[in-house]
Design a protein around this ligand. Structure first.
Ligand SMILES: [Zn+2]
Length: 169
């Protein structure tokens, strides 16, 4: 991997989230960061709807658990009109669901470039796998600096699941 001695240029204050980052306000509401507005941060509900603003000091990055909940909400909002996605599937007397135990393996994020070279060869470049979603996502911008035409990416998520006896609640 390159970039070991290339300093990363930053124009924004380091604590300003990137647009789309999932943040939690003082009341535990989760939203996508939209931008700065009159010294406050603007957040939008993940399922869409009216934005609200929050004092930067009251906002925190979403935890992996909160992010998972937001992803399910977002997926359900996207598939409106289709039967709701169920988070759990039962098979006989076992249920499998995302493993959120503190001891569970971490969720790992990676981004993969879906761009193609001029001759149609898929690029296939990937970020490092990271427990930090924003770190993995940040890689796409670095990659686009080297490959300005590459604007399509996919998120590859590794999430631990666990089977437990019993039926879904
Ligand atoms: Zn690429």
């Amino acid at each position: 991997m390159s970039g070991k001695n290339a300093p990363i240029e930053r124009q924004d204050p380091p604590d300003l989230p990137v647009p789309g980052a999932l943040m939690v306000d003082g009341q535990g509401r989760i939203g996508e960061f939209r931008g700065m507005w009159c010294g406050r941060w603007s957040l939008r509900p993940v399922a869409g709807g009216t934005e609200w603003t929050v004092a930067p000091a009251d906002a925190q990055p979403a935890s992996p658990e909160q992010r998972l909940g937001a992803e399910v909400t977002r997926a359900n909002a996207r598939s409106r009109g289709v039967p709701a996605i169920r988070g759990e599937y039962a098979f006989f007397d076992f249920t499998i669901s995302p493993d959120m135990d503190p001891d569970a393996p971490p969720m790992l994020y990676r981004f993969r470039c879906l761009g193609e070279d001029d001759d149609g060869t898929p690029c296939g470049a990937e970020s490092e796998e990271s427990e930090d979603f924003e770190e993995a996502r940040g890689w796409t911008f670095k990659h686009k600096k080297d490959q300005p035409e590459h604007t399509s990416y996919e998120e590859v998520l590794r999430r631990p699941w666990i089977m437990r006896p019993g039926r879904p609640a």
